[in-house]
Design a protein around this ligand. Structure first.
Ligand code: LHQ
Length: 259
């Protein structure tokens, strides 16, 4: 299995699983990952996702042995990228939080796969490399969209054009990721965070995710309208009623994530 799928209490852990290739992506693996996300989306018991990698790397990007130019000419990358792009769109549209535990190097498309997740934790020894320029390519799988929004244009340009590794700690300092975590604590922390989301007000969290994504392109007036409409939706969920009741009764809320 190129992607291990583990059902946990309220969430699914998806583990990229080609450790001898640092979990480099193949077209088939992209399809398996998309299917796993679709399946999680269809499971009412699943309220969060944790994405990580097996072995010492998170993901070394595209498996370069699959896209070798031949004597007949260059490979057709478009179908391959359409497949990966579907994964990125799904990660952003999933109506639940997606946590990414970057357990080791995240290079090329692997780095940008991580950046498409909602909360990125990384092992202190991990690094992020926009490796594309080293082989004459451009950042893909959302990289040119995520990078400037997360770290600003100057840093995005340097990351893309220099293709140098960025340490997890620097990635945190720059706001590229949420947190760098001691290596031996990474999976415990990531699982605890995902389990916390799995007990969260799922619809409210999904609406917050949608509002923040829309803000990337909206002007203030449109965003205020959107916030009003999504807040109205959030306030109609049982979790809102429970949240307010629990506050007034001075007890922790018990959210169901139901509509
Ligand atoms: C690999 C890979 C790999 C195959 C390590 N492929 N085997 C592009 C084209 C088409 C459409 C879709 O989009 C893309 C986007 C992209 O992702 S382009 C960028 C592709 N990725 C890279 O250029 C990164 C290539 N890898 C590296 O630079 C290094 O492996 C890093 C810096 C990630 C890790 O270095 P090390 O820790 O020194 O590990 P290593 O290089 O020894 O790798 C371990 C093994 O994994 C090794 O195989 P071996 O048989 O010698 O043990 C590598 O050949 C293999 N591997 N990345 N992308």
């Amino acid at each position: 299995m190129t992607v291990l799928i583990e059902k946990r209490a309220g969430y699914r852990q998806l583990t990229l699983n080609r450790p001898d290739r640092l979990n480099a992506l193949t077209a088939a693996m992209g399809e398996v990952l998309l299917a796993a996300l679709n399946e999680a989306e269809g499971d009412r018991e699943c309220r969060a996702i944790l994405l990580t990698g097996a072995g010492r790397g998170f993901c070394a990007g595209q498996d370069l042995t699959e896209v070798m130019p031949t004597e007949d000419g260059p490979p057709d990358l478009k179908p391959l990228l359409d497949g990966y792009n579907a994964v990125i769109r799904k990660l952003r549209s999933l109506e639940m939080p997606v946590v990414c535990a970057v357990n080791g190097v995240a290079a090329g498309a692997g780095a940008n796969l991580a950046l498409a997740c909602d909360i990125v934790l990384a092992a202190r020894s991990a690094s992020f490399i926009q490796a594309f320029a080293k082989i004459g390519l451009i950042p893909d799988v959302g990289g040119t969209w995520f990078l400037p929004r997360l770290v600003g244009t100057a840093r995005a340009r340097a990351l893309a054009l220099l293709a140098e590794p960025l340490s997890a700690e620097r990635a945190e300092a720059w706001g590229l990721i949420w947190q760098a975590v001691d290596d031996d604590r990474l999976m415990d922390e990531a699982q605890a965070l995902t389990a916390r989301f799995a007990q969260g007000p799922t619809i409210g969290l999904a609406l917050a995710k949608r509002a923040l994504d829309a803000a990337e392109d909206n002007d203030l007036a449109s965003q205020l309208d959107l916030e009003r409409d999504l807040q109205d939706q959030a306030a109609r969920t049982p979790d809102y009623a429970e949240g307010v009741r629990a506050f007034l009764e001075k007890r922790p809320p018990v959210f169901t994530g139901k509509r």
